[in-house]
Design a protein around this ligand. Structure first.
Ligand code: DAH
Length: 349
């Protein structure tokens, strides 16, 4: 019997030494010490031994069992450490390896210009308001003194959806909306930036473009005059295009302003000396403006006897082109990353 136990002990130790991983060790533990193991069988059969033999053999079996248990625990420690080392090895980060390049996006030049315009006007106390791109004929034209059949409607080729609905051709529609929405008829100082649509498509025009509209309405005795309009546009343009920018006001016609002016700025390229871009004139036509037509005030709930105001509008795409020296408007809409990323560091932000 003693030999048998000795044999179990020896073979158990050999088996444990050969084990390579924790799962195998677990399986072996069950085999060596479980209910069906040879040692357990031996204990069960103690009763068949002679009485004086029983305690000796019993304690020998138990000693062996403890010894095997101890050996398994030791093996377990070794294997656990090995597993941990393998894991650490596998998950090691090589901090000297070259990193995968993360492509960083950059703000679109149009959005830069829009934000800059908003900042300039907010600093002068204007509200930034919004209006729908799908507009009614009423707000886009009629309430701006452009009744149906008015010849000036031909200036803007429109995308009509139905007889009454169209894609707005100008952000001027927001003038009427703002005046009408202001129930108390308090003074207005607002700009609106947004998309506009016209049926044209060539190198300098796109069927979709952006405009900014400005409207100031105040009590007549506050003297909201042409001088205020000039001063405002001068601040706007100088801050957008540089302090040396000069403005030139030319009488013009817009149905919603009277008098109306087109505003030219000194050519950003030649500084006013004359070059191919400005067709040797030194000036570039940029804005439309004027004093709000009394009819427009009246149609939108402001008594022209009590109120006066001025309005202006310009194309943001053209402004962005001048500011950044972009020669083809289509670059603004093709979303070529090589083009867009050039504007990454051109501003302070
Ligand atoms: N809405 C005009 C256009 O799209 C621009 C314009 C001209 C806006 C005169 C105005 C203005 O507010 O007073 O051509």
């Amino acid at each position: 019997m003693k030999e048998k136990i000795e044999e179990i002990r020896k073979s158990a130790k050999e088996k444990i030494d050969k084990i390579q991983n924790l799962q195998e060790l677990q399986d072996l533990k069950v085999k060596l010490l479980g209910k069906k193991s040879e040692l357990s069988e031996l204990l069960k059969g103690l009763g068949e031994l002679a009485k004086e033999e029983r305690p000796k053999i019993g304690s020998l079996v138990n000693e062996t069992r403890q010894e095997i248990e101890q050996k398994i625990l030791e093996a377990e420690d070794v294997l656990k450490e090995k597993a941990m080392n393998q894991k650490l090895e596998k998950e090691k980060i090589d901090i000297t390896a070259p990193s995968t390049k993360m492509r960083r996006g950059s703000k679109h030049p149009l959005n830069r210009v829009i934000e800059e315009i908003q900042d300039i006007f907010v600093s002068m106390g204007y509200d930034v308001v919004d209006g729908p791109e799908l507009e009614t004929d009423e707000f886009c034209f009629e309430r701006l003194n452009l009744p149906k059949g008015h010849p000036a409607r031909d200036m803007q080729d429109s995308f009509y959806i139905t007889d009454e609905y169209l894609l707005r051709t100008q952000t001027s529609s927001v003038q009427a909306r703002t005046m009408l929405a202001n129930k108390e008829k308090t003074p207005i100082r607002m700009i609106c930036t947004g998309k506009t649509y016209r049926r044209e498509d060539d190198a300098t025009h796109s069927h979709q473009f952006n405009q900014v509209e400005g409207l100031v309405v105040d009590y007549k005795d506050k003297n909201t005059s042409l001088a205020d309009l000039k001063g405002t546009l001068e601040i706007f343009m100088k801050r957008m295009l540089g302090p040396n920018t000069e403005l030139r006001f030319r009488p013009s016609y817009f149905p919603f302003t009277e008098p109306s002016y087109e505003v030219d700025v000194t050519c950003f390229k030649c500084g006013g000396k004359g070059c191919p871009l400005c067709k040797k004139t030194g000036w570039i036509e940029l804005l439309g403006s004027g004093m709000v037509h009394p009819k427009v005030l009246e149609m939108n709930g402001y008594d022209p006897e009590k109120y006066s105001g001025f309005a202006f509008g310009t194309g943001i795409d053209r402004l962005a082109m001048f500011k950044y020296g972009i020669t083809d408007m289509r670059y603004l809409y093709t979303n070529d990353v090589r083009f867009l990323s050039q504007f990454d560091r051109q501003d302070k932000d």
